[in-house]
Design a protein around this ligand. Structure first.
Ligand code: KG4
Ligand code: ZN
Length: 345
């Protein structure tokens, strides 16, 4: 089955084609980072309008790169939530209309399911069950992945997402949007132990996260020191170390709690070099496998949406002809396609 994937949930327009026999045939992405940079963050209305401009040309380009015509596709998968509603609606409307015109089925995919399954696109995919850490700009969660649609949420953030904490802290340090990668770069020249920032929620049981107190600690500290270049680097590095320590400790707890021996890291913060280094080291020490999707599949992309949609379509799932877009869509409402069939018959 050859599935066209469309992702427009936030500030990236992305299109991909996944073939269940041959794997990923093509994937392309247009980032709106430059468009939003002058506003210091994503402007939802501008994001939606830019998806309108970029999506159709990108779709033609991906078909060209895969050497396929529209009639050689079997289905369409699109991100139907969660995300910015205007942005989602563009992808959903294009996906649904394209599928209707071609006489194909179309399926709305949960953006986070896409992230969680992204490692399955690699040549040597992890085997179920595994623990997944999803750390993006909008979400931070730990889940046990037992199979397609079988996700046990072990913990999530009570306030800011990890990426959001990176972005907000970067702003305090005067760094430009998107702050996460800029802060990580600044941290490379800093000292991790100069500022002993809190490791939130490590002193109590459970797998939930909280990052807003850590961000506030940086704000308070920054007010009381002279913000010269080395101090900024030390603040960035000490903050990053606190986030990485916290994430690593919770991952270890999740692995011990579930008995799983594989940890998969997904989402934009999964691109953080220090986090990768720390988790790989932890895996080595504990005899556990730690896997990361390639960098381009850590951040938003359409390959993960095409893949997730393809698996659900192959399992017999289908949607009505409605254009589906849901800004808020709790992950624990997802079901495996098999259980959906048994409960509906
Ligand atoms: O998954 P993603 O591309 O978008 C969604 O939020 O869905 O994640 C983007 C987030 C942003 O907050 C960005 O600052 C953060 O990932 N990020 C990083 C790094 N690269 C991206 N945070 C820390 N270090 C990085 N190297
Ligand atoms: Zn994402």
């Amino acid at each position: 089955m050859r599935v066209l994937g469309i992702e427009t949930s936030c500030d990236e327009t992305a299109v991909a084609i996944y073939d269940s026999d041959r794997g990923l045939l093509a994937h392309q992405l247009y980032s709106q980072v430059a468009l939003h940079a002058e506003f210091g963050g994503v402007v939802p209305e501008l994001a939606a309008r830019d998806h309108v401009r970029k999506l159709l040309p990108l779709l033609s380009s991906v078909l060209g790169a895969a050497g396929l015509s529209k009639s050689q596709l079997d289905a369409v998968a699109y991100t139907s939530g969660p995300g910015l509603i205007g942005a989602l609606l563009v992808g959903a409307a294009v996906a649904r209309s394209f599928a209707f015109a071609q006489g194909l089925p179309a399926l709305g995919v949960h953006h986070l399911e896409g992230h969680l399954l992204a490692p399955m696109l690699e040549a040597d995919p992890p085997t179920y069950p595994f623990v997944a850490l999803l750390v993006s700009g909008g979400h931070t969660l730990l889940a046990e992945i037992r199979g397609l649609g079988e996700y046990i949420i072990l913990g999530s953030t009570l306030d800011d997402a990890a990426g959001e904490a990176f972005d907000k802290t970067a702003k305090v340090l005067g760094l430009n949007y998107p702050g996460g990668p800029a802060l990580a770069k600044l941290a490379e020249g800093g000292r991790p132990d100069r500022f002993p920032f809190p490791r939130p929620m490590l002193d109590r049981p459970g797998l939930d996260f909280s990052f807003s107190g850590l961000k506030t600690a940086v704000v308070v500290t920054a007010r009381n020191v002279e913000l010269d270049a080395p101090t900024k680097a030390d603040l960035a590095c000490s903050f990053q170390e606190a986030v990485v320590d916290t994430l690593a400790a919770k991952c270890l707890r999740a692995l011990e709690q579930t008995g799983a021996t594989t940890l998969v890291v997904a989402g934009g913060v999964g691109a953080n070099r220090r986090l990768r280094e720390r988790l790989l080291q932890m895996g080595k020490q504990r005899g556990m496998q730690v896997r990361f999707p390639r960098m381009e599949f850590c951040t938003d992309n359409a390959a993960m949406i095409a893949y997730a949609g393809c698996q659900r379509l192959l399992a017999g799932e289908h949607d009505s002809l409605a254009i589906k877009a849901t800004a808020r869509w709790p992950m624990n409402s997802l079901r495996s396609p098999i259980s959906m069939m048994t409960t509906s018959t």
